[in-house]
Design a protein around this ligand. Sequence first.
Ligand code: SF4
Ligand code: SF4
Length: 490
Amino acid sequence: MKLTCIIGGDGDSCHSLDLSQFNQDSNTVIRVDDSVEGLTEISALCESKKPDSIVLIAKAPLRFRDDLQIGLLQRLIEIGINPASIGFVNLNGIVLCSDSEEQVLARLQITTDLAHKRVAHGKPLSVEKVKPIKRCLVVGELLENDLKLLAQNGIELIHIWSENNREIHSDVGLQSLSGLPGDYQISLLQSGNRAEEHRCGAVVVNTSSLNREQTKQLAEAMKIPLPADTFRLPPDRHVLTAGVWVLEKENEQQTAGWVAEVSSFLSQETIESYLDACTVNLAKCGLCGTCVKTCMFSANSIDLKSGLIHFDQTRCTGCGNCVTACPVLARDLHHYSNSYMASIADNLHAFKGRDGIRILGLFCENNGYKAVNYLAGAGKRVSSSYYFLPVKCGARIGTEIIPDSFQNGFDGVALLVCARDECNQLVGSLDLERRFNLYRTIMKAQGQESGRMRIFSIKEKELGNVHDGLEQFAQYLDDLRTDQAVFSQL
Ligand code: SF4
Ligand code: SF4
């Protein structure tokens, strides 16, 4: 059974949609508002029906996902639903390029079907259980009182960059942090370039006490991209991971909250983590080493003893770079599987576009997603020639999407991704540009119009800028088609 949930309150663009027109073939469709009651209705239905796939449709549901993590999503996981069975549809990406309610419904139908398909093509995420280590890495200065409270709760502390409260300490800093919430491996740098290995269950960072150099080093060790114009880590736990607390400033009001959270986190019997890592098919692997070179998170290495690729799934962020790069398709992702990616263009026959002009727009889940939300929120519209779909990162977009799209009647492909220095996956945008610029030269050599593919590099502070570029691109494709029609008549 497939379950489709449209979530939105009064005044949301989805509120007035006529669901009778929605294809309900083996698909239960419900509409709820985003109140506690509405979300409870979804989890109750999931508990009783145990659907194969669930698609949550809302305005910016990845933003909404933050709340779901501590609410609906957590509840769904508790009742035994694998996170890989849950798909999201961002209504903003649909409204942005629709001229009428009829178009919204038609696009929503296609997008929802694709979201169910994406879930069906993926594999369940594996669950890892760890017994939490009652040790906490404390980064920067924290109030003595809070540290005492942690110690009273039986939590051992490891300090770095702390003048006042250091016990075990590193003179130089943090080299790496990997592992799972509740059991992280940390490598502390000592003077003389000596590394010291430790394990801890949780990490607390007081960003306000760190200087620019320390923050940069920490961000690199924790694989967190920092915005170019700031040296503060985002005080936003979902950007990091469970088991990591980032405090902007410590004060008395904050204290009770985070100390209690860390203490109860580390007091659990076991901590379960779903690993959103890629998969490796060792039978297909030709040991070319491409994934070792492409992975920025050191998740791959060649095991000289076994002569096989060694993959550390606890380091993998599921960015998809190695999946796109592997020459024999030995790697895959749960959320954006090879078979799903290969089927996208083929599944969009029902999409008409404007005056027959059709443009496939793929947007990354970071700045691409933010740009779509920003434009929709600002009441901007772009040409209804566009059809927008999310992809995890530019890292996951392979060049085969170009010929696939053209063969399926698309006039152009727009890729909305982060500017290089803001890529959530460090080199996703850079590698996308490298691949597609190379492909552009192949298109030229084949006598194809290479301008039919365009990359939009988006900065978080300039989300609105992409609007004019999208309109110009649609106009360019329109003119190109007119020119070609005139040319063919001569
Ligand atoms: S890129 Fe693919 S074939 Fe090459 S080593 Fe990695 S998994 Fe094996
Ligand atoms: S998906 Fe990304 S993080 Fe995971 S192994 Fe591949 S390149 Fe590394």
